[in-house]
Design a protein around this ligand. Sequence first.
Ligand SMILES: [Zn+2]
Length: 224
Amino acid sequence: MRIKWLGHAAFYLEVGGLKFLVDPWLNNPAYRSRPEDFTDVDFIVVTHDHGDHLGDAIEVLKVAQKARIVSIYEIASYVGEQVGVNRAIGANIGGPIKLGSELTAVLTPALHSSIRGAPVGVVIIAGGESLYHAGDTGVSYDMKLVGELYKPKVALLPIGGHFTMGPREAALAADLIRPKYVIPMHYGTFPILWGTPQEFVEEVRRRGLGIEVVVLKPGDEVSL
Ligand SMILES: [Zn+2]
């Protein structure tokens, strides 16, 4: 799978040959991209509707003709009112969503807040591989179920603290999920997000898990 960090919680992903944006806040302080850069994207996943996550989802849907949003029902309905109901796939926590013969997404619990619906994370399963984007969340034992059920190869975890897990909590999350690779996110965008990838690497190492921490810079791309 191909993973590009667009800064903050925003990622461009290619999994099982399909193209995704997750939490496309494209014009963020850490990295700037434009809706026009993603005209061939297949799905946009939004974990909750705070501005730093819903971001430019509607603008991308306007320029990416075949793209559809996958989100909690209430957010999908809100976006569907603006871009057309056929462009919105609303679902709920824990129900596998069949997006194609080889592609399933699952919205996962997240300990956070949201204006519409409940905040979530997402597991994307395609081509025999699986990736987990935790959304904005505190650590929770539900993450152990994500690991048991979907065995994600890669977990994208917030580490910035204040609004989400910090490095110590995220290392416990990695322990519960047991992915092969973990990529820290949701740090460094604003001064209030104090967690650093160095602290996270140290916390994961201390647990002796054999999980590889892949630290990206905003704009970096990796194939795993
Ligand atoms: Zn956030």
